[in-house]
Design a protein around this ligand. Structure first.
Ligand SMILES: Nc1ncnc2c1ncn2[C@@H]1O[C@H](COP(=O)(O)OP(=O)(O)O)[C@@H](O)[C@H]1O
Ligand SMILES: [Mg+2]
Length: 288
């Protein structure tokens, strides 16, 4: 059967929309200046609207993989191979200014220690409003109103009161909600959460994970979730990539990987988790 050019284009467009992941990483290599390679050819697909998990012991390369995607590698650490494609745009070759713009608009991230990303001497609301003014171009009053709305949407009670508080007045869970508000305030498609709930106690952790699930469901946010904790990954993620020593040893649907692990290292992670519980596994994995 012959296909006219127009219908071929239409077919391809439909296929792209359905099949092309929001983020695609191919053969990613990251090295430390002086030579040693610490990420050895990682492949990762993050479909739009999905939640993809990266799990594995401390030092296995999860954070550097995420930072490579964000274009935020530490000084002296660089991408030495592979491709990172966001909505079909190859990122590794982009100038730093373009990477920074993408971080404001299409990509965002939250990390383990929210307080360290806030200025201790400015109220959290003013800091959130500042992001909205600079990155979303809102006028002062609109930014303030939008900030209060966002704090409310993040599940913070009495958002106008929270707006006027300083970071030290808020709990870790509240601060992480403020950081999530900041990171999604400019409407990015992809949120990277790297050990974002690790420092929180179990109940608060569950609440913040629930917030991330809601943002995914209600706003169509795509999630890339990093945790050394299988419980976090199994609560949030459709698919999981198991990292070890800078590589992915196993990847697949979360349920399938957790119920029928193929790689001995994945089995070890699951056994540790079952035997010692979340906190003990955490201590063992982080080498403490
Ligand atoms: N700034 C850095 N300089 C040199 N080596 C680093 C740096 N950050 C991380 N590494 C090394 O890269 C490897 C992967 O680290 P990382 O991605 O942070 O692991 P994870 O997030 O899985 O705990 C580790 O061996 C770590 O020591
Ligand atoms: Mg890490």
């Amino acid at each position: 059967m012959s296909v006219s050019p127009d219908s071929a284009t239409a077919v391809r467009t439909v296929a792209d929309a359905a099949g092309e992941p929001l983020l695609s990483v191919r053969g990613l290599r990251v090295s430390v200046a002086g030579g040693s390679e610490v990420v050895h050819g990682v492949d990762l697909d993050v479909p739009r609207g999905s939640a993809v998990g990266l799990v594995g012991e401390s030092g296995s390369g999860k954070t550097l993989t995420c930072r490579a995607v964000l274009g935020l590698l530490p000084v002296g650490v660089e991408v030495t191979g592979g491709e990172i494609s966001l909505r079909g745009t190859e990122l590794t070759a982009l100038p730093a200014a373009d990477r920074a713009r993408l971080r404001g608009t299409e990509l965002a991230a939250v990390f383990q220690d929210p307080a360290s990303y806030l200025n201790p001497s400015i109220t959290v609301g003013a800091q959130l409003a500042e992001v909205l003014r600079v990155k979303a171009g809102l006028a002062r009053r609109a930014a303030r109103e939008r900030a209060v709305e966002l704090l409310h949407a993040m599940g913070l009670h009495r958002p106008a009161h929270v707006y006027a508080q300083y970071p030290f007045e808020l709990s870790g869970g509240m601060l992480q909600r403020v950081l999530i508000a900041m990171s999604i305030s400019t409407g990015p498609g992809l949120l990277i959460a790297d050990e974002a709930t690790t420092a929180l106690d179990v109940t608060v952790q569950a609440e913040v994970l629930e917030l991330l699930s809601e943002l995914r469901r209600d706003r169509g946010l795509t999630l890339l979730v990093v945790s050394h904790d299988l419980a976090v990954i199994s609560q949030l993620c459709d698919t999981v990539h198991v990292f070890r020593d800078g590589g992915v040893v196993e990847a697949g649907p979360t349920r399938q990987v957790l119920r029928g692990p193929r790689h001995p290292y994945t089995r070890e992670l699951i056994e540790d988790h079952e035997r010692f519980g979340i906190d003990r596994a955490r201590e063992r994995r982080s080498g403490r």
